[in-house]
Design a protein around this ligand. Structure first.
Ligand SMILES: Nc1ncnc2c1ncn2[C@@H]1O[C@H](COP(=O)(O)OP(=O)(O)OP(=O)(O)O)[C@@H](O)[C@H]1O
Length: 552
């Protein structure tokens, strides 16, 4: 991604080169302005003809105007480069992010918030604070050294030592100091605090959490203060080195004047040159810090938008609505035992499958693998005869209808939430879907963020209406109607089976009533399939399913 930043910047090379030119001219004219002032004062003391003073003063004015104009141009152009860089970075980042929203599930919401916003923002410093200062400082110093060499190699040598101290030694020393704390921990804690405020209040734990949050916020404030101090100390060090170099230049210069190696009239000019040139090097002190911040931001953004190895290029065909799990196991990150292990399952075209089992037996994990939200740790899931990781993810999703335990709803209206499933649906089709899902709401009824103004049962019915509108060849449904009353649940399940007559249907359910209507039932326990067959076959077996059925 670092190469990508360079590539983006270099695409507008004309502006970049103009910025460098403006910055170098600005630095050099600042040096020239002071050099000229020194020369003017010295010359004036020798009472030269009036026209000499006039010419020197005219040059002084010229340098002054050029300095201001080039500084303005430098600011304007460098900001243009930065804005272009930020625009491109944001566009590319979100382009990469959108198709793989599943990756984001790995992160806590506060973590994501910080990462995405602050990391992208950090990249704005890449040109102005990382790339640009060394180039301009080098160009200004090289030109100034050449100028000094013309008068005295010894003084040029002293300037070189000062230069190395400010641009290499001091930044290296400052960068060895401890890393700054990130706002990340404080943002994660703040997000969790606000999301979980009600629970914290109920369990009387909010004060302790608040304390933690304050501590993290204070740590962050302190780290910002340290950052400011570091900037100030780099400025002080720069000035100290500049003054020390000037002191040696006065010392050695005075000796050179006394021996006649340097003409006395240039003495003040050389001292002022050495003092001014160091100002160009002030931003050098923070280059390592900004470079490190940029690298960290790049690494974190790369981590989020890492190449999605499970997004292939094969387009899912309309005809193959069968699914196959071949010896599939899955172990969650930071987990020691597999959530599911060695699952074999064939879900034929248009078959109706139910997956049952105790809580924690691995049903949802299995469903997530079928949804291609994650890839198996071992084994393979296939659509027809094509492994899911070879499929182009979006083409797979055009065939899939999903209804999860917790569905997301966006702030807006019932209509806007339904149109998500089928943007071309007419109001009549939307109303029809609401009726079939038994949701007694108008299309214009408001929906708050995350559907907070809808009851659990209403949310499930809205999700069902969305599923009906989406269509697709395969429906993957996880505990669809747990929040509605038993009678409505039965009716909705009957509707679902009727609507899915020409589809492949996989449903996870706790309730073991009405399962006789399914073609095949898989019973899970401890991450494995322990029994499977039709309702009658499983009852006749008189094992786990029969016991679960009796208890329900
Ligand atoms: N994100 C996760 N990280 C780590 N472990 C997880 C994660 N999600 C689930 N697990 C573990 O994997 C196992 C299977 O969980 P899963 O959610 O698939 O079960 P389930 O049968 O759907 O349960 P339920 O009926 O309660 O929803 C459980 O032991 C659970 O603790």
């Amino acid at each position: 991604m670092m190469q990508l930043l360079l590539h983006i910047i270099w695409r507008d090379k004309k502006t970049v080169l103009l910025t460098l030119l403006a910055g170098t001219v600005s630095g050099l004219t600042a040096v020239a302005l002071f050099a000229q002032s020194g020369l003017l004062i010295s010359k004036a003391a020798l009472m030269p003809p009036f026209y000499v003073i006039l010419i020197l003063t005219a040059f002084l004015k010229l340098f002054g105007v050029t300095k201001s104009a080039s500084k303005y141009a430098e600011r304007l152009l460098s900001h243009r480069v930065t804005f272009q860089l930020m625009h491109d970075v944001r566009m590319r980042f979100f382009d990469k992010l959108l198709p793989q929203a599943h990756v984001l599930q790995r992160y806590k919401s506060g973590d994501l918030l910080t990462r995405i916003t602050s990391d992208v923002e950090t990249l704005q410093h890449f040109f102005l604070r990382v790339l640009y200062p060394p180039l301009v400082t080098m160009l200004v110093f090289v030109a100034t050294m050449m100028f000094m060499l013309f008068f005295s190699p010894l003084l040029a040598g002293l300037l070189l030592i000062g230069l190395l101290l400010t641009t290499v030694v001091m930044p290296a020393m400052l960068s060895m100091r401890k890393l700054q704390a990130e706002p990340r921990d404080a943002t994660i804690a703040a997000t969790e605090y606000f999301y979980g405020y009600r629970e914290l209040l109920l369990h009387n734990a909010h004060q302790q959490k608040e304390q933690q949050l304050r501590q993290l916020t204070n740590d962050y404030a302190k780290s910002l203060q340290r950052k400011k101090n570091r900037e100030s100390s780099s400025y002080i060090w720069n000035q100290a080195i500049a003054l020390t170099t000037a002191f040696f230049i006065i010392f050695v210069g005075a000796y050179a004047v006394s021996t006649g190696d340097v003409e006395g009239v240039y003495f003040a000019m050389l001292i002022l040159v050495s003092l001014t040139v160091f100002e160009t090097a002030i931003p050098m002190a923070s280059v390592p810090t900004f470079l490190r911040d940029t690298k960290r931001a790049v690494a974190q953004l790369h981590d989020i938008t890492e190449t999605d190895e499970n997004n292939g290029s094969v387009i899912a065909a309309h005809a193959c609505a069968s699914l196959l799990l071949q010896d599939v196991s899955y172990t969650y990150e930071r987990s020691t035992r597999p959530a599911i292990s060695h699952i074999h399952m064939h879900i034929a075209h248009q078959q109706k499958i139910a997956i049952v089992g105790a809580s924690g037996s691995g049903k949802t994990t299995l469903m997530q693998l079928l949804m291609h939200e994650m890839a198996p740790t071992s084994g393979e899931v296939l659509l027809g005869d094509i492994p899911l990781h070879q499929l182009e993810r979006n083409s797979y999703y055009t065939h899939i209808g999903m209804m999860l335990q917790h569905n997301h709803f966006f702030a807006g209206t019932i209509r806007s939430n339904l149109l998500l499933a089928n943007e071309h649906a007419t109001d009549a089709q939307l109303t029809d879907a609401l009726q079939r899902a038994q949701l007694d709401k108008t299309l214009d009824a408001p929906v708050f963020e995350k559907g907070r103004n809808l009851s659990g049962g209403e949310q499930q019915r809205l999700a069902f209406a969305r599923l009906l509108l989406k269509g697709g060849d395969i429906w993957l449904v996880d505990e669809p109607f747990t929040s509605v009353d038993v009678q409505t649940e039965e009716q909705l399940l009957a509707t679902m089976l009727r609507e899915a007559a020409d589809k492949t249907l996989v449903i996870i359910t706790h309730r073991l009533t009405n399962l006789a209507q399914f073609d095949h039932i898989y019973v899970m326990d401890g991450g494995e399939i322990v029994e499977h067959g039709t309702h009658e076959q499983l009852l006749a077996k008189n094992a786990l399913y029969a016991r679960m059925h009796e208890a329900s």
